[in-house]
Design a binder for this molecule. Sequence first.
Ligand SMILES: [Cu+2]
Length: 157
Amino acid sequence: MKILKDNILSLVLSGALTLFLTQASAQVAVNGNIQVGNTFIRGTVSGQTATGGFLVITNSGSVSDKLIGVSSSTIGELEIHEMKMEGNRMLMREISALEIPAKSKVELKPGGYHLMITGLKKPLQEGEILPIRLKFEKAGELTVDFPVKSLSTMKMH
Ligand SMILES: [Cu+2]
């Protein structure tokens, strides 16, 4: 059941949603060598209990770091997910850590790595801003605002 649900959501999160990637918050949060920007969460409709959170993480340091935890006091549950082709199916699954190599940038975007948000009790609407706490192995913790972008808004860009 979980797999099936994930599959459906995988489809929603992939392909069609790549165009508006650049239409994200310009906000940048910094902790040590780690910078986080372009944060957004896809808005949801009534009855939808899961969605994705997206961001760009830059490591300006000379050693690699890892995103090892995500949490929020205002939304359900959060996990770090990857997407992978298995045969001809796109699947997503939780990963315990996401490496951010030295002097490089990792994008969490529709169709790729993302923050999986589940257990939503009400729709997330355009204009809401949700703080999410990111925990890095070396840089420590960083709380970043994620604005909610509705699907219709995103389609226009
Ligand atoms: Cu996911």
